[in-house]
Design a protein around this ligand. Structure first.
Ligand SMILES: [Zn+2]
Length: 245
C-alpha cells in the first residue's frame, strides 16, 4: 500500500489543521484525498483559514476546499464528503483509506479516529492546537503507542478547554497541519513517519519545538506494548485481529 501513487488519505476536518495539510498533500501529488467535514464556512473562519473567502460563507467547507484544491492543483484527486465522523461510519471510512489525518478539534472524535485506526490497522497522525501550543503524534497501530496509551479515555466534557473556547492561533494550526502532511508523505514514500511513537509539541510564544517519546501502555488494546517486547498478541488485541475479521 505505501509507496503507491494511489495512496488514499482521509483528512477528518477541513479547518485550521485539515486545510494546510490538504494543501501540502495536493502540492506533493501522488495521493488521493478525501476531505470530511460536516460544517459550513462561517465568517469567523476566514481570518485563520486562507482557503475560504467571504463569498463562501454558508457553503460546506469540504466542498469549497476540494474545489479550490482542484483549481490550484489540477492533477489532484480530492473527494469532498459533507458529514461528520461518527461511530457508525468511522470503521468503513477508515478502512477505505491508507492513512488518516486528524484535523478535528474535539477529543471524542480523536479517540474515535484512534480506535477505528487501531481496529483497521491504518496509521494516523493526531494533531491538536490549544492557544499558542500545538501537538502532533503519529500512531502506527500495533507498533507504536496510540492515544489510549497516552490517555486511557477522552477527558470528561468540560475538563479541558476546547479549541473553540480557548481560541486557536491560525499560524500554529498551519504549522501542525503541515507537520501532519509530512508524516503522511513519509508513509507514502514507504518510510517510517518521524513522529511514530513520539509527540511533538510546538510553542508559538518561544518558537520552541520539543519531541518526546511516548511509551506503549501495558494492557492497551492497540497491542503496541506486547509487540515492542516481542510478546505474543493478547486475545482481542486490536493490533492482531487482521485475518480474523
Ligand atoms: Zn495503545
Amino acid at each position: 500500500m505505501s509507496g503507491s501513487v494511489h495512496t488514499r488519505v482521509l483528512i477528518v476536518g477541513a479547518g485550521g489543521l485539515g486545510v494546510p495539510a490538504a494543501i501540502r498533500l495536493a502540492q506533493s501529488g501522488g495521493v488521493r484525498l478525501t476531505l470530511l467535514d460536516p460544517e459550513p464556512i462561517e465568517l469567523s473562519n476566514l481570518a485563520r483559514q486562507v482557503i475560504y473567502r467571504t463569498a463562501d460563507v454558508g457553503l460546506a467547507k469540504a466542498q469549497v476546499a476540494a474545489r479550490r484544491l482542484s483549481q490550484e492543483f489540477p492533477g489532484v484527486d480530492v473527494n469532498p464528503v459533507v458529514g461528520a465522523l461518527g461511530p457508525d461510519n468511522a470503521p468503513a471510512l477508515v478502512l477505505r483509506h491508507d492513512f488518516i489525518i486528524d484535523g478535528t478539534d474535539d477529543p471524542p472524535t480523536k479517540f474515535l479516529i484512534n480506535d477505528a485506526s487501531v481496529a483497521a490497522r491504518r496509521p494516523f497522525v493526531y494533531g491538536g492546537v490549544l492557544g499558542f501550543s500545538g501537538q502532533a503524534m503519529t500512531v502506527v497501530p500495533g507498533r507504536s503507542a496510540c492515544l489510549r496509551c497516552l490517555f486511557e479515555a477522552p477527558p470528561a466534557q468540560g475538563e479541558i478547554a476546547s479549541c473553540r473556547e480557548a481560541g486557536i492561533l491560525g499560524p500554529v494550526a498551519g504549522i501542525i497541519g503541515a507537520i501532519q502532511a509530512e508524516e503522511a508523505l513519509s508513509f507514502v514514500r514507504g518510510e517510517q513517519p518521524a513522529l511514530a511513537g513520539k509527540i511533538l509539541t510546538y510553542d508559538a510564544r518561544t518558537s520552541r519545538t520539543r519531541i518526546a517519546a511516548v511509551s506503549a501502555r501495558r494492557g492497551c488494546q492497540c497491542g503496541a506494548y506486547d509487540y515492542q517486547r516481542g510478546l505474543p498478541a493478547a486475545p482481542g488485541s486490536g493490533a492482531f485481529t487482521q485475518g480474523k475479521i
